[in-house]
Design a protein around this ligand. Structure first.
Ligand code: AVJ
Length: 320
């Protein structure tokens, strides 16, 4: 677009490791023990996540991409062309490729917590879209952060795909969407991917695949703590457990200790009983009315929703 230099500029809000130690120690000191799912996304974890998106059991990514491909022009009509376009949790920036030609953003701002993965993804995107201005921003979007791009502060477009909103408890999801509404400003739009409630079998397979990629993805968080916080988790003594908690409408993922464990993390001792679990992720599933209610609580007006023919997944356009 006019006025923005094409190519990649890199901005670093330094989301880690400054607060890694405190967050991990707090989570392991609570009952039940828990760790935040953002810790999955070190360089190796981001690669494992990309492998998950190609698993036969993990229907989410391919279904969302099909919805984006089928309705891209209409989405661009609603989001507005030539705007500043933010993406929360841009990962490999693959999904946005289906929309970039239609959206023609003034500048694309991919925001991700995984620094080197973000850098490589932004460079790869620039090869495919040589006229695009890309302001890659390494930040933790689950807490307030500053946008690097000066200029328009109203009527921005934001893209939040993958049902990552489902990784937040409903109250935290509402708080996050409220901050996104403030980021895009009056007249701004959010295009957000939300996985739909469905039968238990489909959900449980998606989060516990036959090849064990999802198990490796969640166990990688312990490898990361061993490396970055000098922890001594024995990876052989933990297993991945995930199940659909229907009453709460979420898939839960836990790491379960196979026997009593004594571990040190950042110099602090912790004991896990045999069978004790560390809760590492929730993936909330919504129905359309339920998500509309959440969005309204954050100050968004639901404008349009698209689903696939099997109603596995939804993509919502919301406006401020
Ligand atoms: C980060 C929301 C896309 O919760 O479905 C995939 C992460 N965890 N398999 C999800 C994940 C286990 C994923 N998202």
């Amino acid at each position: 677009g006019p006025g923005r230099a094409p190519g990649v500029r890199f901005f670093d809000a330094h989301p880690t490791p400054d607060d890694l130690r405190a967050e991990v120690l707090a989570g392991l000191s609570s009952t039940p023990k828990r760790l935040p799912p953002k810790l999955f996304y070190d360089a190796h974890g981001s690669q494992l996540f990309d492998a998950i998106t190609e698993l036969p059991e993990y229907y989410l990514t391919r279904t969302e991409i099909a919805i984006l491909c089928d309705h891209g022009e209409e989405m661009a009509d609603l989001l507005g062309r030539g705007r500043v376009l933010l993406e929360l949790g841009s990962g490999s920036s693959l999904k946005i490729r289906t929309l970039l030609a239609a959206l023609e953003p003034e500048v694309y701002v991919p925001i991700d917590i995984s620094r080197e993965h973000l850098r490589a993804s932004a460079e790869a995107l620039a090869e495919h879209f040589p006229t695009l201005a890309i302001h890659a921003t390494c930040a933790d979007y689950s807490v307030p952060f500053e946008l690097p791009t000066e200029g328009d502060r109203e009527g921005l477009a934001a893209f939040f795909p993958g049902s990552s909103i489902g990784n937040f408890e409903p109250e935290a999801a509402r708080a996050l969407l409220t901050r996104v509404a403030a980021l895009v400003g009056i007249g701004g739009r959010l295009l957000v991917g939300v996985d739909l409630q469905k039968d238990r079998t489909t959900l449980e397979r998606a989060y516990d695949d036959d090849q064990g990629v999802t198990a490796a993805f969640s166990l990688n968080v312990l490898t990361r703590l061993n490396r970055e916080l000098g922890a001594d988790f024995d990876l052989e003594q933990f297993v991945h457990r995930s199940f659909y908690n229907e009453a709460l409408g979420r898939v839960e993922t836990h790491l379960e200790a196979l026997c009593e464990q004594r571990v040190r993390v950042a110099g602090e001792p912790f004991v896990l009983a045999a069978g004790e679990r560390i809760h590492v992720e929730n993936s909330y599933k919504y129905d359309i009315a339920g998500f509309h209610q959440l969005a309204a609580g954050a100050g968004f007006v639901p404008e349009r929703v698209w689903t696939d023919p099997r109603r596995l997944f939804s993509v919502h356009c919301l406006r401020v």
